[in-house]
Design a protein around this ligand. Sequence first.
Ligand code: PXG
Length: 457
Amino acid sequence: MTYKNHSLKQLQAIDASHHLHPFTDHRELRESGSRMIVGAKGPYVYDSEGHELLDGMAGLWCVSIGYGRDELAEVAYEQMKELPYYNSFFKSATPPAVLLAQKLAEIAPKGLNQVFFGSSGSESNDTALRLVRHFWALEGKPEKNRIISRKMAYHGSTVAGTSLGGMEGMHNQLGGAVPNIVHVMMPYAYELAEPGESEHDFGLRAAKAIEDAILEVGADKVAAFIGEPIMGAGGVKIPPASYWPEVQRICRKYDVLLMLDEVITGYGRTGEWFAAQTFGIEPDTMTTAKALTSGYLPLSALFVGDRIAKTLVDKGGEFYHGYTYSGHPVCCAVALKNLEIIEREGLIERVRTDTGPYFAKALQERVSGHPLVGETRAIGLMGAIEIVSDKQTRERFQPVGRAAVLVRDHAIANGLMLRATGDTMILSPPLIWTRETIDLACERILKALDLAEADLR
Ligand code: PXG
């Protein structure tokens, strides 16, 4: 099968010669060759060999409205003809950026009325880190600059993003992280709850780890706590219901700012515009990207709370920070259209009242009984499947990660794209999935589990 003027083999050879991929073992990839994705429509992607794959990851947690939306292409085309680029520096603005900022303030959780644009979640978290430290300096407390984060958190891949995140492998390659960032335990009951400890109590204990860190460092030195409402890349770790209210209480008690990273959970994934609304969190900053444009173009928006914004405006002078593509007019125009489609098609409401609950129930009733499955969990259209060798003891196959990769590879071979992290399978499908798509995904997951079990036992 050929793609345009190149065969798959030719493209793979060129890829191996010139293209360094993100988060990839390059030698291994050179041996296996890349899967070439050449097209997509609705919930499906197509590879160069004509295979149709149901995309259980929405690209990389981003293609919420599905593929092949002409409206987004049209609005990008129109905006490019009208004004392909202008910056937002030096007192300039463009209408798409202004109108998108207004729209975002309208859908934001209470108290977030300003946005700062970038091109990626990583950039946006860099902005957030600089902003909260700058805030405390402007408040006359420059020493209040420590950030508390969590092990296994993912906040991006720039130096600041990696430092904020809690991925050990990434830290080990950093050769020096941004200083003054402390990592505490994550709210992952499946592995970290003590025998007999209730979910509720575990959630409070995981929150108390933040308080302990604040007390150890000294509240007058802690600028902020940063967290994903649900840890995504770390394995769709849905915290117990007791966790976020307690985190919020602790942050307020010690006047520690709450930085929420909604790069994955934003724009409807949990059945509200933002997971902050799902969990009742009132953050001081909120990082978003990915589904803001459904991934059609790169764009991020950092929401800034009124307290920080007021200080920045009243006392800040010039904030020496920004990107060439902050508020890119084409990306902003595409984002506006994307949000319009999400609203027009009632996708968030559908996730909240229909497909979300159906998805959780399908995983629970059809998948969790499989001998390889320790637990399934889901919220909105975001789910996880724990792969174990023993359901009762929760023992994993050795080496850790191999079993999940087997499941993933069988799933892909059977027409479902999903992701493995450690021994956790992750699903984060487009919000356009219907009950029928969920049924189809479950069938393919079960088939992949059966095939992996045959390999493993
Ligand atoms: N915060 C969170 C919570 C993320 O999930 C980022 C920040 C960084 O966004 P950018 O746009 O800079 O990539 C992310 C990104 C995976 C995977 O394998 C997840 C992400 C990126 C790449 C891979 O699950 N999340």
